[in-house]
Design a protein around this ligand. Sequence first.
Ligand code: ZN
Length: 391
Amino acid sequence: MSLMHTLPLLSVLTKYVLFIPDATRLLSKQSIQKLLNKATKHKGAILVSPLSRNKELECYRMNVSIREWSLKYNMVKSSYCDAINGKHVILSETECLRNLSNPFLLPFPTSLYIQTSILNIKVFIVNSGYFHEGKTILKTHHAQWKFKHIVQDRLKSLYNLFKIKLVMREGRTEWYGCNRETPKCFEEVLDSTPSYLYENKWTPPCCLANLRKTAKYVLDILDQFGIRYWLEAGSLLGAVRSGDILPWDHNVDIGFINDDSNRCKWLQIAQNRSIVDDKGFFWEKVKTGNLFRVYFSKYNKIFINLFPFFRKNNTMSRDLYHDSRRNMEFADNYLHPMSSIEFVGRNVPCPNNVRNFLEFKFGKGCIENPEYPDPKKLFSKYNNIHTNIKY
Ligand code: ZN
């Protein structure tokens, strides 16, 4: 196959390209010329025209957030926006198409509008009445059903290609990321630095949502069995900042009194062997770090860390230290009395004097200027990534 065939845009020698749906009828020979005349008044924009005067097109503002792996559509009462819904023709300057990575990608024109909105190319509706809808080519229910499924499969591939995990449209959410039966969306975390941080992205929204579900479940279990626990490290920092998991975090950290572990049957079992509990969560003891982990499932291994602490000479300590500051020992008066803080939609126990506690673990000013897990590593590898995060 020649390059001409793989890149059809190379064969286009005209200034404009007109895309028309199957079976479209032109009202008159001058229809295209009239649309072209309008195009000269809207340089740099894409012109669209409905296939019927009676059918209004839906105009959407689109927000593609690469960092948050998401796509948001908001309908607007305007003729000027980022994406169109409804049957329509599209007139685009060929030059505009040349700036896109794949202008003819299916499903069209969804793929076109995602790419143009990233480049801030606007769409302008012209209610011309120049074009009409012809007879449908999908006559049977079966053909229409089949086509609908083909489009859905193409949408999945498209979002996969563009690394979009969450689509929000008029209050509806569509997920294209991981679930309980699939692995989480990022690989094993090495040196506390998940791979998405190297791409200057935050935690995929599906993974965050699953982490929240697991956290709520684990907090319920700890309450149910009367375990004395508190929010730790990055999770406590997230709670102080926004009442939630930090948007770039990949797990949740909870400390608990080691003496209480026998009260919880799942912790008791996990002392000796890993187990899937009756709600499908996977419990295991990490021997090397002397901690427990609760995973969303056996396949989707997004997890909650449960760090056992011992009280020794007015100090809360762990019998095996990680190399990380977040697991270091601390004075036990931070837990007398225990305080509480909002986290993942509920009130969760936490150390008192939270600011001092966090600054002891992460350094002065960590609440206002939190850092990614290991900023030096990210900075030396990819110099363009700013590792001090400002909202
Ligand atoms: Zn995910």
